[in-house]
Write a protein that binds this ligand. Structure first.
Ligand code: DAH
Length: 359
Protein backbone atom coordinates (compact mmCIF):
# COMPACT_ATOMS: atom_id res chain seq x y z
CA UNK A 1 0.00 0.00 0.00
CA UNK A 2 2.85 2.32 0.87
CA UNK A 3 4.27 1.67 -2.56
CA UNK A 4 0.96 2.42 -4.22
CA UNK A 5 0.68 5.67 -2.25
CA UNK A 6 4.12 6.82 -3.31
CA UNK A 7 3.49 6.03 -6.95
CA UNK A 8 0.18 7.87 -6.83
CA UNK A 9 1.77 10.90 -5.20
CA UNK A 10 4.46 11.06 -7.88
CA UNK A 11 1.93 10.72 -10.68
CA UNK A 12 -0.50 13.23 -9.31
CA UNK A 13 2.08 15.89 -8.52
CA UNK A 14 3.54 15.53 -12.02
CA UNK A 15 0.09 15.79 -13.61
CA UNK A 16 -0.76 18.84 -11.50
CA UNK A 17 2.45 20.58 -12.46
CA UNK A 18 1.78 19.81 -16.12
CA UNK A 19 -1.89 20.97 -16.12
CA UNK A 20 -2.09 23.51 -18.95
CA UNK A 21 -5.20 25.33 -17.83
CA UNK A 22 -7.85 25.48 -15.13
CA UNK A 23 -10.04 22.91 -16.82
CA UNK A 24 -7.29 20.31 -17.01
CA UNK A 25 -6.49 20.99 -13.36
CA UNK A 26 -10.11 20.46 -12.35
CA UNK A 27 -10.13 17.10 -14.20
CA UNK A 28 -7.08 16.02 -12.19
CA UNK A 29 -8.72 17.11 -8.93
CA UNK A 30 -11.80 14.97 -9.68
CA UNK A 31 -9.64 12.03 -10.73
CA UNK A 32 -7.69 12.21 -7.44
CA UNK A 33 -10.05 13.50 -4.79
CA UNK A 34 -13.54 12.99 -6.23
CA UNK A 35 -15.97 10.40 -4.84
CA UNK A 36 -14.48 7.79 -7.10
CA UNK A 37 -11.03 9.33 -7.16
CA UNK A 38 -7.81 7.44 -6.70
CA UNK A 39 -6.86 9.03 -3.37
CA UNK A 40 -10.40 8.45 -2.12
CA UNK A 41 -10.14 4.78 -3.12
CA UNK A 42 -6.87 4.51 -1.24
CA UNK A 43 -8.46 6.00 1.90
CA UNK A 44 -11.25 3.43 1.66
CA UNK A 45 -8.68 0.63 1.33
CA UNK A 46 -7.16 1.69 4.67
CA UNK A 47 -10.35 0.45 6.37
CA UNK A 48 -9.71 -3.01 5.07
CA UNK A 49 -6.16 -3.28 6.53
CA UNK A 50 -5.42 -5.22 9.69
CA UNK A 51 -5.98 -2.95 12.76
CA UNK A 52 -2.27 -2.59 13.63
CA UNK A 53 -1.44 -1.13 10.19
CA UNK A 54 -4.46 1.13 9.90
CA UNK A 55 -3.24 4.07 11.97
CA UNK A 56 0.04 4.62 10.14
CA UNK A 57 -1.54 3.96 6.74
CA UNK A 58 -4.43 6.35 7.53
CA UNK A 59 -2.02 9.12 8.47
CA UNK A 60 -0.03 8.56 5.31
CA UNK A 61 -3.11 8.72 3.09
CA UNK A 62 -4.29 11.88 4.85
CA UNK A 63 -0.88 13.44 4.30
CA UNK A 64 -1.12 12.50 0.62
CA UNK A 65 -4.54 14.09 0.38
CA UNK A 66 -3.25 17.34 1.91
CA UNK A 67 -0.19 17.34 -0.34
CA UNK A 68 -2.34 16.90 -3.44
CA UNK A 69 -4.83 19.57 -2.30
CA UNK A 70 -2.04 22.04 -1.65
CA UNK A 71 -0.38 21.30 -4.99
CA UNK A 72 -3.71 21.87 -6.77
CA UNK A 73 -4.31 25.16 -4.94
CA UNK A 74 -0.84 26.40 -5.82
CA UNK A 75 -1.17 25.40 -9.46
CA UNK A 76 -4.62 27.03 -9.62
CA UNK A 77 -3.25 30.34 -8.33
CA UNK A 78 -0.45 30.14 -10.86
CA UNK A 79 -2.79 29.37 -13.77
CA UNK A 80 -5.12 32.19 -12.74
CA UNK A 81 -2.24 34.64 -12.71
CA UNK A 82 -1.06 33.46 -16.15
CA UNK A 83 -4.60 33.75 -17.47
CA UNK A 84 -4.92 37.31 -16.11
CA UNK A 85 -1.62 38.33 -17.60
CA UNK A 86 -2.63 36.95 -20.95
CA UNK A 87 -5.87 38.93 -20.82
CA UNK A 88 -4.16 42.12 -19.78
CA UNK A 89 -1.73 41.80 -22.65
CA UNK A 90 -4.53 41.09 -25.10
CA UNK A 91 -6.86 43.87 -23.91
CA UNK A 92 -4.30 46.54 -23.27
CA UNK A 93 -5.56 50.12 -23.61
CA UNK A 94 -3.03 52.74 -24.53
CA UNK A 95 -4.17 55.72 -22.50
CA UNK A 96 -1.43 57.84 -24.03
CA UNK A 97 -3.04 57.77 -27.49
CA UNK A 98 -4.79 61.01 -28.47
CA UNK A 99 -8.60 60.65 -28.53
CA UNK A 100 -10.23 59.96 -31.87
CA UNK A 101 -11.84 63.16 -33.09
CA UNK A 102 -15.62 63.18 -32.68
CA UNK A 103 -17.42 65.01 -35.46
CA UNK A 104 -19.31 67.94 -33.99
CA UNK A 105 -21.94 69.86 -35.90
CA UNK A 106 -22.45 73.58 -35.98
CA UNK A 107 -25.64 75.58 -35.61
CA UNK A 108 -26.39 77.54 -38.79
CA UNK A 109 -26.36 81.33 -38.31
CA UNK A 110 -30.01 81.50 -39.42
CA UNK A 111 -31.03 79.05 -36.67
CA UNK A 112 -28.86 80.84 -34.13
CA UNK A 113 -30.20 84.29 -34.92
CA UNK A 114 -33.80 83.03 -35.06
CA UNK A 115 -33.35 81.69 -31.55
CA UNK A 116 -31.82 84.93 -30.35
CA UNK A 117 -34.69 86.97 -31.80
CA UNK A 118 -37.34 84.63 -30.42
CA UNK A 119 -35.69 84.64 -26.98
CA UNK A 120 -35.75 88.44 -26.76
CA UNK A 121 -39.32 88.81 -27.97
CA UNK A 122 -40.59 85.87 -25.93
CA UNK A 123 -39.25 87.71 -22.92
CA UNK A 124 -41.53 90.61 -23.86
CA UNK A 125 -44.52 88.28 -23.97
CA UNK A 126 -44.72 87.36 -27.66
CA UNK A 127 -45.65 83.77 -28.49
CA UNK A 128 -44.41 82.00 -31.62
CA UNK A 129 -47.02 81.41 -34.35
CA UNK A 130 -46.63 79.59 -37.64
CA UNK A 131 -48.21 79.53 -41.07
CA UNK A 132 -47.75 77.56 -44.30
CA UNK A 133 -45.07 78.31 -46.89
CA UNK A 134 -47.63 77.73 -49.65
CA UNK A 135 -50.16 80.51 -49.28
CA UNK A 136 -53.19 81.73 -51.12
CA UNK A 137 -53.77 85.13 -52.62
CA UNK A 138 -56.17 86.12 -49.87
CA UNK A 139 -53.80 85.66 -46.89
CA UNK A 140 -50.65 86.83 -48.64
CA UNK A 141 -52.14 89.91 -50.37
CA UNK A 142 -55.84 90.74 -50.20
CA UNK A 143 -56.36 90.51 -46.45
CA UNK A 144 -53.23 92.64 -46.01
CA UNK A 145 -54.78 95.41 -48.07
CA UNK A 146 -52.41 94.84 -50.96
CA UNK A 147 -54.27 95.94 -54.09
CA UNK A 148 -54.37 93.82 -57.27
CA UNK A 149 -51.99 96.13 -59.16
CA UNK A 150 -49.37 96.12 -56.38
CA UNK A 151 -45.87 95.34 -57.74
CA UNK A 152 -45.29 92.57 -55.19
CA UNK A 153 -47.97 90.60 -56.99
CA UNK A 154 -46.17 90.74 -60.30
CA UNK A 155 -44.55 87.68 -61.79
CA UNK A 156 -41.05 89.06 -61.25
CA UNK A 157 -41.50 89.04 -57.45
CA UNK A 158 -43.81 86.22 -56.51
CA UNK A 159 -43.43 82.52 -57.22
CA UNK A 160 -46.89 81.46 -58.36
CA UNK A 161 -47.80 77.78 -58.40
CA UNK A 162 -49.81 76.04 -61.07
CA UNK A 163 -52.42 74.93 -58.55
CA UNK A 164 -55.28 77.32 -57.98
CA UNK A 165 -57.67 77.91 -55.14
CA UNK A 166 -60.89 79.84 -55.57
CA UNK A 167 -59.86 81.09 -58.98
CA UNK A 168 -56.47 82.45 -57.91
CA UNK A 169 -53.13 80.66 -58.17
CA UNK A 170 -51.50 79.45 -54.97
CA UNK A 171 -48.09 80.94 -54.29
CA UNK A 172 -45.02 80.75 -52.08
CA UNK A 173 -45.52 83.38 -49.41
CA UNK A 174 -43.52 86.52 -50.12
CA UNK A 175 -43.47 87.58 -46.47
CA UNK A 176 -44.48 86.26 -43.04
CA UNK A 177 -47.27 88.84 -42.76
CA UNK A 178 -50.02 86.33 -43.74
CA UNK A 179 -49.47 84.74 -40.31
CA UNK A 180 -50.94 87.97 -38.85
CA UNK A 181 -54.14 87.30 -40.74
CA UNK A 182 -54.28 83.61 -39.84
CA UNK A 183 -53.70 84.44 -36.17
CA UNK A 184 -56.40 87.10 -36.01
CA UNK A 185 -58.91 84.94 -37.88
CA UNK A 186 -58.27 81.96 -35.62
CA UNK A 187 -58.44 83.60 -32.19
CA UNK A 188 -59.73 86.48 -30.16
CA UNK A 189 -57.77 89.61 -29.17
CA UNK A 190 -55.54 90.61 -27.49
CA UNK A 191 -52.79 89.14 -29.71
CA UNK A 192 -49.09 89.18 -29.15
CA UNK A 193 -47.30 86.89 -31.62
CA UNK A 194 -44.12 86.56 -33.62
CA UNK A 195 -43.92 84.39 -36.70
CA UNK A 196 -40.45 83.32 -37.84
CA UNK A 197 -40.18 81.43 -41.11
CA UNK A 198 -39.14 81.05 -44.71
CA UNK A 199 -40.30 83.43 -47.41
CA UNK A 200 -39.76 83.43 -51.19
CA UNK A 201 -39.08 86.03 -53.86
CA UNK A 202 -37.59 85.94 -57.33
CA UNK A 203 -34.32 87.66 -56.54
CA UNK A 204 -30.64 86.72 -56.55
CA UNK A 205 -27.58 88.81 -55.71
CA UNK A 206 -25.21 89.45 -52.79
CA UNK A 207 -28.02 90.42 -50.43
CA UNK A 208 -30.97 88.57 -52.02
CA UNK A 209 -31.74 84.88 -52.38
CA UNK A 210 -34.97 83.31 -53.69
CA UNK A 211 -35.63 81.91 -50.23
CA UNK A 212 -34.86 83.83 -47.08
CA UNK A 213 -36.20 84.26 -43.56
CA UNK A 214 -38.34 86.81 -41.79
CA UNK A 215 -39.91 87.34 -38.42
CA UNK A 216 -43.30 88.96 -38.33
CA UNK A 217 -44.48 90.62 -35.14
CA UNK A 218 -48.05 91.50 -34.25
CA UNK A 219 -49.49 93.07 -31.14
CA UNK A 220 -53.21 93.90 -30.90
CA UNK A 221 -54.79 95.26 -27.74
CA UNK A 222 -57.05 98.05 -26.54
CA UNK A 223 -55.53 101.53 -26.76
CA UNK A 224 -52.25 100.47 -28.34
CA UNK A 225 -50.33 103.37 -29.83
CA UNK A 226 -47.12 104.15 -31.66
CA UNK A 227 -45.23 104.68 -28.42
CA UNK A 228 -45.65 100.98 -27.66
CA UNK A 229 -44.27 100.13 -31.09
CA UNK A 230 -41.24 102.35 -30.64
CA UNK A 231 -40.47 101.16 -27.12
CA UNK A 232 -40.75 97.53 -28.07
CA UNK A 233 -38.55 97.80 -31.17
CA UNK A 234 -35.91 100.03 -29.55
CA UNK A 235 -35.58 97.54 -26.69
CA UNK A 236 -35.43 94.75 -29.22
CA UNK A 237 -32.58 96.11 -31.37
CA UNK A 238 -30.54 97.08 -28.34
CA UNK A 239 -30.91 93.60 -26.87
CA UNK A 240 -30.19 91.97 -30.21
CA UNK A 241 -27.02 93.94 -30.96
CA UNK A 242 -26.07 93.88 -27.26
CA UNK A 243 -25.53 97.66 -27.16
CA UNK A 244 -27.58 100.00 -25.00
CA UNK A 245 -26.34 103.10 -26.78
CA UNK A 246 -27.24 102.08 -30.31
CA UNK A 247 -28.70 105.11 -32.14
CA UNK A 248 -32.17 104.49 -33.54
CA UNK A 249 -34.53 106.45 -35.78
CA UNK A 250 -37.97 105.87 -37.27
CA UNK A 251 -38.46 107.10 -40.83
CA UNK A 252 -41.94 107.53 -42.36
CA UNK A 253 -42.58 104.87 -44.97
CA UNK A 254 -45.40 103.05 -46.69
CA UNK A 255 -46.84 99.56 -46.36
CA UNK A 256 -50.37 98.74 -47.47
CA UNK A 257 -51.13 96.92 -44.21
CA UNK A 258 -50.02 99.64 -41.78
CA UNK A 259 -50.96 103.28 -41.24
CA UNK A 260 -48.86 105.11 -40.32
CA UNK A 261 -45.90 103.04 -41.52
CA UNK A 262 -42.26 103.45 -40.67
CA UNK A 263 -38.87 102.01 -41.31
CA UNK A 264 -36.48 101.66 -38.44
CA UNK A 265 -32.82 102.57 -38.93
CA UNK A 266 -29.88 102.03 -36.64
CA UNK A 267 -26.69 104.05 -36.54
CA UNK A 268 -23.69 102.69 -38.38
CA UNK A 269 -20.38 103.62 -39.92
CA UNK A 270 -19.38 102.62 -43.43
CA UNK A 271 -15.93 102.70 -44.91
CA UNK A 272 -13.21 100.60 -46.50
CA UNK A 273 -15.73 97.97 -47.49
CA UNK A 274 -16.66 97.59 -43.85
CA UNK A 275 -19.86 98.23 -41.98
CA UNK A 276 -19.84 98.84 -38.24
CA UNK A 277 -23.20 98.75 -36.54
CA UNK A 278 -24.08 100.89 -33.55
CA UNK A 279 -22.13 104.11 -34.00
CA UNK A 280 -21.11 106.62 -36.64
CA UNK A 281 -22.92 109.16 -38.73
CA UNK A 282 -24.67 106.88 -41.18
CA UNK A 283 -27.99 105.00 -41.00
CA UNK A 284 -28.90 101.44 -41.86
CA UNK A 285 -32.45 100.26 -42.41
CA UNK A 286 -33.24 97.14 -40.42
CA UNK A 287 -37.00 96.61 -40.34
CA UNK A 288 -40.45 97.77 -41.44
CA UNK A 289 -43.26 98.48 -39.04
CA UNK A 290 -46.41 100.46 -38.40
CA UNK A 291 -49.83 100.58 -36.81
CA UNK A 292 -52.06 97.88 -38.23
CA UNK A 293 -54.27 99.39 -40.93
CA UNK A 294 -57.96 99.72 -39.96
CA UNK A 295 -58.91 97.92 -43.17
CA UNK A 296 -56.82 94.92 -42.13
CA UNK A 297 -58.54 94.91 -38.73
CA UNK A 298 -62.00 95.19 -40.26
CA UNK A 299 -61.17 92.43 -42.71
CA UNK A 300 -60.63 89.97 -39.85
CA UNK A 301 -63.70 91.21 -37.95
CA UNK A 302 -62.05 93.50 -35.41
CA UNK A 303 -63.54 96.90 -34.58
CA UNK A 304 -60.74 99.51 -35.13
CA UNK A 305 -62.26 101.81 -32.51
CA UNK A 306 -61.76 99.14 -29.87
CA UNK A 307 -58.70 97.22 -31.03
CA UNK A 308 -55.50 98.73 -32.33
CA UNK A 309 -52.00 97.44 -32.59
CA UNK A 310 -48.70 97.43 -34.32
CA UNK A 311 -46.86 95.05 -36.60
CA UNK A 312 -43.32 94.71 -37.76
CA UNK A 313 -41.35 92.58 -40.18
CA UNK A 314 -37.64 91.96 -40.18
CA UNK A 315 -35.21 89.88 -42.17
CA UNK A 316 -33.48 87.22 -40.08
CA UNK A 317 -30.68 86.58 -42.57
CA UNK A 318 -30.03 90.29 -42.89
CA UNK A 319 -29.74 90.67 -39.12
CA UNK A 320 -27.41 87.66 -39.02
CA UNK A 321 -25.18 89.24 -41.69
CA UNK A 322 -25.04 92.50 -39.74
CA UNK A 323 -24.46 91.06 -36.29
CA UNK A 324 -21.92 88.43 -37.25
CA UNK A 325 -20.23 90.15 -40.19
CA UNK A 326 -21.16 87.71 -42.97
CA UNK A 327 -20.78 89.50 -46.31
CA UNK A 328 -22.69 87.42 -48.88
CA UNK A 329 -26.21 86.09 -48.29
CA UNK A 330 -25.90 83.47 -51.03
CA UNK A 331 -23.29 81.58 -49.01
CA UNK A 332 -25.94 80.92 -46.33
CA UNK A 333 -27.68 78.40 -48.55
CA UNK A 334 -24.84 76.75 -50.45
CA UNK A 335 -24.44 74.01 -47.85
CA UNK A 336 -20.65 74.33 -47.73
CA UNK A 337 -19.50 72.67 -44.51
CA UNK A 338 -16.30 74.71 -44.41
CA UNK A 339 -18.43 77.85 -44.38
CA UNK A 340 -20.61 76.42 -41.63
CA UNK A 341 -17.59 75.47 -39.55
CA UNK A 342 -16.40 79.05 -39.82
CA UNK A 343 -19.64 80.97 -39.36
CA UNK A 344 -21.67 78.40 -37.39
CA UNK A 345 -22.19 78.24 -33.65
CA UNK A 346 -21.26 75.64 -31.07
CA UNK A 347 -24.49 73.72 -30.34
CA UNK A 348 -24.59 74.25 -26.60
CA UNK A 349 -24.14 78.00 -26.70
CA UNK A 350 -27.71 78.66 -25.76
CA UNK A 351 -28.85 82.21 -26.42
CA UNK A 352 -29.61 84.15 -23.30
CA UNK A 353 -32.82 86.13 -22.95
CA UNK A 354 -30.97 89.38 -23.64
CA UNK A 355 -29.74 88.15 -26.98
CA UNK A 356 -26.12 87.29 -26.30
CA UNK A 357 -24.55 83.92 -25.96
CA UNK A 358 -24.05 82.09 -22.70
CA UNK A 359 -20.33 81.78 -23.42
N1 DAH B 1 -44.13 92.31 -44.95
C1 DAH B 1 -43.11 93.28 -45.15
C2 DAH B 1 -42.09 92.75 -46.15
O1 DAH B 1 -42.09 91.64 -46.45
C3 DAH B 1 -42.40 93.59 -43.87
C4 DAH B 1 -43.26 94.32 -42.94
C5 DAH B 1 -43.28 95.70 -42.94
C6 DAH B 1 -44.09 93.64 -42.07
C7 DAH B 1 -44.07 96.39 -42.07
C8 DAH B 1 -44.91 94.33 -41.19
C9 DAH B 1 -44.88 95.72 -41.20
O2 DAH B 1 -45.70 93.72 -40.31
O3 DAH B 1 -45.68 96.39 -40.35
O4 DAH B 1 -41.28 93.47 -46.62
Amino acid sequence: MEEQRERLEGELLAAIAAAADLRALEEIRVRALGRRGEVTALAKAVGRLPPEERRAAGQAVNALKRTVEEAIARRRAELERIELERRLARERIDVTLPPRPRPEGRVHPVSQVTEEIVAILADMGFAVAEGPDVEDDYHNFTALNIPPEHPARQMQDTFFLEAEEEGAPLLLRTHTSPVQIRTMLAGRPPFRIIAPGRVYRRDYDMTHTPMFHQVEGLLIDRRTHMGHLKGCLIDFVRAFFERDDIPVRFRPSFFPFTEPSAEMDIGCRRGKGQLVVGAGDDWLEILGCGMVHPRVLEGVGLEPDVWQGFAFGLGIDRLAMLKYGIPDLRTFFEGDLRWLRHYGFVPLDIPTTYGGLSR
